[in-house]
Design a protein. Structure first.
Length: 275
């Protein structure tokens, strides 16, 4: 790669090498894009070498671990409970499935105590913390792999505590309620996804980053209704319990100024249950 701008002090190739970022050249990227758009997200290998043995690469492809079967959340959850405390405030237990700090900042900005616990922290131990509300965070991977979290949430939603699931947390909440989830062909990744509220029909522009969604057919047998739908492909973007203060959303409310009401609504319910 050659650079031509008069202010440059290194080539793009040099910078990529320093940052250990792989780069593809000499490849028909349009053909690659066509395959991805036809088959969806696929497992693959990026081989860097002057000469490539195609047969060896093909053999190695057969040994790639399926990421959908890997417990990614285990790798990113907190190892032990962490407390973020305000005086005389309600306690919220945040089940950390790989949470964004934006979630924590939004909760703390609303003057509540947050106790962040590992994703497999038992429901009994959570209830001993005397929470006034539960948040299930975002995180990576297939939600069905979080079996312990799902079982714990099954017990937590039997209580009268408010529960909010965000992104992966929304999917875990749905699985705990008896619904099913499946992988999208392409996933939703970006900052400008329109979602529509089922009751008001208002459209919100949201940030999203997920590969899995709730199966709408299986939601019908639960006590949850669809709260939001994706305006582009009509997939479920949020669910809400018919009687209790239990809800989840698939998008990221902290990424949108107009979606802060999600946190506000949750805190309102939490204050009603303050202990």
């Amino acid at each position: 790669m050659k650079s031509s701008h008069w202010t440059n002090n290194k080539t793009l190739n040099d910078w990529l090498h320093e940052q250990k970022i792989p780069c593809i050249e000499g490849l028909d990227t349009r053909e690659l894009a066509k395959k991805l758009r036809t088959e969806g997200t696929m497992l693959g290998i990026l081989k860097v070498a002057k000469k490539i043995d195609i047969e060896k690469v093909r053999k190695k492809l057969k040994t790639i671990e399926n990421i959908d079967k890997k417990d990614l959340v285990k790798e990113v959850t907190t190892e032990k409970p962490i407390k973020y405390t305000f005086w005389n405030s309600p306690n919220i237990v945040l089940i950390d499935c790989g949470m964004k700090f934006g979630i924590l900042r939004n909760l703390l900005a609303r003057d509540v105590n947050v106790i962040r616990v590992p994703y497999d922290y038992s429901s009994k131990r959570i209830l001993k913390l005397k929470p006034s509300g539960i948040v299930i965070s975002n995180g990576p991977g297939n939600p069905k792999i979080c079996e312990k979290t799902i079982k714990n949430v099954e017990k937590l939603i039997e209580t009268d505590l408010p529960v909010m699931g965000l992104c992966l947390g929304n999917l875990i909440l749905a699985l705990a309620a008896g619904a099913d989830t499946h992988r999208l062909k392409f996933g939703h990744h970006g900052q400008n996804y329109p979602v529509i509220a089922s009751r008001t029909k208002r459209c919100y522009i949201t940030g999203q980053n997920h590969e899995f969604v709730i199966d709408p057919k299986t939601l019908k047998g639960t006590d949850f209704d669809v709260w939001f739908k994706n305006a582009n492909d009509r997939t479920i973007e949020g669910i809400k319990h018919k009687q209790k203060s239990l809800f989840g959303i698939q998008f990221r409310p902290e990424d949108s100024l107009e979606c802060g009401f999600i946190y506000d609504n949750f805190i309102e319910e939490v204050k009603k249950c303050q202990k």
